[in-house]
Write a protein that binds this ligand. Structure first.
Ligand code: OAD
Ligand code: ZN
Length: 287
């Protein structure tokens, strides 16, 4: 296993020395903490340790569909805080954008609902929002679909009036909820379909180490997303960029694993320097 300085060097060599290199990223909340969005599971700063004020029976209840039916207030509070549009992408997000510009970005699997990948300019067909997004809404009773506006307008109205009203379906009076994947709900079919396609590309990888997997800013605690790195064929190099070594990288480490223990923004800066892209990266960050 290669660590930190060595890890950055090896990773950048894989990109530099292979004209066919293609990178698949698998990311989570850790890539957005520098944007001012807390992650979920970090001990003091994570959302789950700061939800006491919302009187939740347990932290994950905020994404529990049955709990939401009884008490939508905690999710509304969270949605108001996190709603896309309030935050700017991180240096790491812009590194992904640079990878796209250099035509080596194959895919970004993200667990995040902050839409910062799109905000950074990554193309929609490259991004898989595994845990959904705020772009559409549906009634949790009759499944009728609604535009983004219905939920967003209610959040805005609540902020103006200081009240907390919930949006209800005009057909059945059920609660309307954004298409964010709650516990017990299915991930979008596009997540599974695309992973099937990508996995068969990885399995038929002919030229040596054409594909590179980079997992970043996730505790790999939530399935099925957490199983992606496990399913990567063993001849494909995997890297983890995270404050801590997690998931399959600690349970089933591979000799070829590349580990960077640190912030994703530091890794982005170091990688960009190593690749000779530092100026371009910092230009994107400043714009
Ligand atoms: P977690 O909060 O579980 O994990 C974040 C990981 O990122 C942790 O391992 C942190 O140590 C690490 N981290 C934090 N800041 C970092 C930084 N600046 N640089 C590098 N690493 C950093 O978040 P996720 O794994 O994304 O579900 O959580 C997965 C799912 O659990 C989320 O998608 C969410 C939640 O329930 C939904 O939103 C539906
Ligand atoms: Zn309905």
């Amino acid at each position: 296993t290669l660590r930190n300085d060595e890890a950055i060097k090896v990773l950048s060599d894989k990109v530099k020395l292979n004209p066919n290199a293609k990178v698949i990223f698998m990311v989570g909340a850790g890539i957005s903490t520098s944007c001012g969005i807390p992650d979920f599971r970090s001990p003091d700063t994570g959302l789950y340790s700061n939800l006491a004020k919302l009187n939740l029976p347990y932290a994950e209840a905020i994404f529990d569909i049955e709990f939401f039916e009884d008490n939508p207030l905690p999710f509304y509070t969270l949605a108001t805080e996190l709603y896309p549009g309030k935050f700017k992408p991180s240096k790491f997000h812009y590194l992904l954008k640079l990878f796209q510009e250099k035509k080596i970005l194959k895919r970004v699997y993200t667990q995040n609902i902050d839409t910062l990948e799109q905000e950074a300019g990554i193309e929609k067909d490259i991004i898989i929002e595994a845990h959904g997004n705020f772009a559409k809404n549906h009634c949790i009773k009759c499944r009728k679909e609604f535009d983004m506006d219905v939920f967003k307008n209610k959040l805005d109205e609540n902020e103006r009036t200081g009240r907390c009203d919930f949006v209800k379906c005009d057909e059945c009076d059920g609660l309307i909820k954004p298409n964010i994947v709650f516990f017990g709900e299915n991930l979008p079919t596009r997540f599974f379909d695309t992973w099937d396609d990508d996995l068969s590309l990885l399995s038929n990888n002919s030229s040596e180490s054409e594909y590179i997997i980079i997992v970043a800013g996730t505790s790999l605690a939530v399935y099925p997303f957490a199983s992606l790195p496990e399913e990567v064929p063993t001849d494909i190099p995997r890297a983890l960029i995270n404050l801590e070594t997690v998931g399959d990288f600690s349970l089933n480490p591979r000799k070829t694993d590349i580990l960077f223990e640190g912030t994703t923004d530091d890794a982005a800066q170091l990688l960009a320097e190593e690749l000779g892209w530092a100026e371009e990266l910092n230009k994107l960050v400043r714009e």
